[in-house]
Design a protein around this ligand. Structure first.
Ligand code: HEC
Length: 121
């Protein structure tokens, strides 16, 4: 081996690591924003998402004249809008409503999205 061979090897190996490093960084995948499941998209309105849900899951106890109408009377958009904070609390936060059942993850997500979008009618 000539006296120049081993420094040359060191230099070649150094370059190899230097470039392999640079390459790796360049190929680093961008963080992927996770898709939210159950997102109804721009069409999630009271009429399309919330009313059908509350009719089937809440009206049995909260429609006018039903047993829990005293706690909250479900009577269309304004009855939801006016009690939004209470509803968010019991359905999304404490999850105590609906009594005797649970909403699916997708239903909870669509409801949360609807509140977040400012409760479109
Ligand atoms: C099986 C009957 C039943 C169903 C179904 C039900 N609730 Fe209730 N709800 C009650 C009763 C009883 C109360 C009053 C007792 C209490 O506060 O725990 C109540 C109380 C509430 C209150 C008032 C809470 C407060 O802090 O004043 C809200 C708001 C409410 N329910 C929302 C809902 C929503 C929204 C749904 C549907 C997703 C729902 N409930 C489904 C029986 C029900």
């Amino acid at each position: 081996m000539s006296k120049y061979t081993s420094p040359l090897i060191v230099i070649v190996i150094s370059f190899f690591f230097l470039f392999s490093c640079t390459k790796k960084q360049a190929e680093e995948p961008k963080p992927i924003t996770p898709e939210v499941p159950g997102t109804p998209g721009a069409s999630g309105t009271y009429a399309t998402v919330v009313d059908p849900l509350f009719q089937t899951r809440c009206a049995g106890c909260h429609a006018p004249g039903k047993r829990a109408a005293g706690a909250w009377t479900f009577n269309g958009y304004s009855s939801v809008n006016a009690n939004a904070d209470k509803i968010k609390q019991v359905v999304l936060v404490s999850k105590t409503m609906p009594i005797g059942g649970t909403l699916t993850a997708a239903e909870l997500q669509s409801l949360k999205d609807w509140f977040d979008k400012g409760m479109p009618q």
